[in-house]
Design a protein around this ligand. Structure first.
Ligand code: GDP
Length: 324
């Protein structure tokens, strides 16, 4: 299971931090992500940037950082609700001319609920109306207190648009991740979570996965949520085909029998037969669960249900309940 693979503590090695950028609309998340993507790619890769998948890695001071390009708060909430806390560090972007806004607060609550440390990036400090001190004051109300004021939250004043202090922000991310001692075992079967998935006309089911444990190889038999398959192809975020991927790496894979959901867990199995059996078992359970929750039949409403001619459906439910 995912839990077993995640709790495996042999051969632990340092892994890159997984970072999500959050904040109120228009405070500069996209600008920051774009700046990072374009300024921190290694030579030779520049032409290949397609931002094929909703996550990417960059190198800073010789160390890798994984950024999740969250399609929005809704998806993030969904993932969290389903138990897939895949973010190690949240970068909270707050515009210095606008201050704390509703989605800023929402983002703080998400991060605090998931127990991920927050690094505050006070953005747009180039603007005439910028008031970083006011932002810092506002945030103390939410427990985010700068080190200078006796707290332990890291604040960096940046301009995403003009690329100011971005290296400092990356330094702070690496510092925070060192403190957290993030580790994974690259020698075990891969396990992780689905970032997004879709049905592609030509390729079939295409899923973006974040590898959280182990190393994934092409050809690996895999169970993802309620579906299973074999990793037919694997690409990195630049659309380049790769054969293996280490912990904290986002990859796009094909070869699944169905389209999983964002937040679904995945686990690689030793052989395809076991993967298939586990996948089918999960699909069956999910179907049962869906029926159970959708048609709760009690003695009170059994008669009504029968009158509506849904006897067959009721039959299934009763049997399922008796069995287990
Ligand atoms: P998002 O909704 O949080 O992704 O915000 P965007 O990245 O789309 O930025 C919203 C607007 O703010 C855009 O017009 C950006 O050009 C502008 N913006 C972002 N960062 C900065 C900055 O550091 N300085 C200034 N002056 N404008 C910025």
């Amino acid at each position: 299971t995912f839990e077993e693979e995640s709790n495996n503590t042999d051969h632990l090695e340092t892994r890159p931090p997984v970072v999500t950028i959050m904040g109120h609309v228009d405070h500069g998340k996209t600008t920051l992500l774009d700046h990072l993507r374009h300024s921190h790619i290694t030579a030779g890769e520049a032409g290949g940037i397609t931002q094929a998948i909703g996550a990417y890695q960059l190198k800073h001071q010789g160390k890798t950082i994984t950024f999740l390009d969250t399609p929005g708060h809704a998806a993030f909430t969904e993932m969290r609700a389903r138990g897939a806390d895949i973010t190690d560090i949240t970068v909270l972007v707050v515009a210095a001319d606008d201050g704390v806004m509703p989605q800023t607060i929402e983002a703080i609550h998400h991060a605090q609920a998931a127990k991920t440390p927050i690094i505050v990036a006070v953005n747009k400090i180039d603007k005439p109306g910028a008031n970083p001190n006011h932002v810092m004051e506002q945030l103390t109300e939410y427990g985010l207190i700068p080190e200078d004021w006796g707290g332990d939250t890291i604040f960096v004043q940046i301009s995403a648009k003009f690329g100011k202090n971005i290296d400092e922000l990356l330094d702070m991310i690496l510092l925070q991740s060192e403190v957290m001692e993030l580790k994974a075992n690259p020698q075990q079967n891969a396990a992780g979570s689905v970032i997004e998935a879709k049905l592609d006309q030509g390729k079939g089911s295409v899923a973006t996965l974040l590898i959280q444990q182990g190393t994934m190889h092409t050809g690996d038999p895999i169970v993802v949520g309620n579906t299973f398959g074999r990793v037919r192809t694997m690409e990195n975020e630049r659309g380049k085909e790769i054969k293996k991927a280490l912990p904290s790496t986002p990859v796009e894979i094909t070869g699944l029998s169905d389209v999983p959901e964002a937040g679904d867990r995945f686990v690689v199995f030793d052989d395809e037969k076991t993967a298939r059996a586990a996948g089918e078992e999960r699909a069956k359970n999910a179907l049962m669960e869906e029926r159970r929750t959708k048609n709760t039949v009690t003695l009170d409403n059994l008669f009504d249900t029968m009158k509506e001619g849904e006897m067959k459906e009721v039959d299934v439910i009763i049997k399922a309940d008796v069995q287990g």
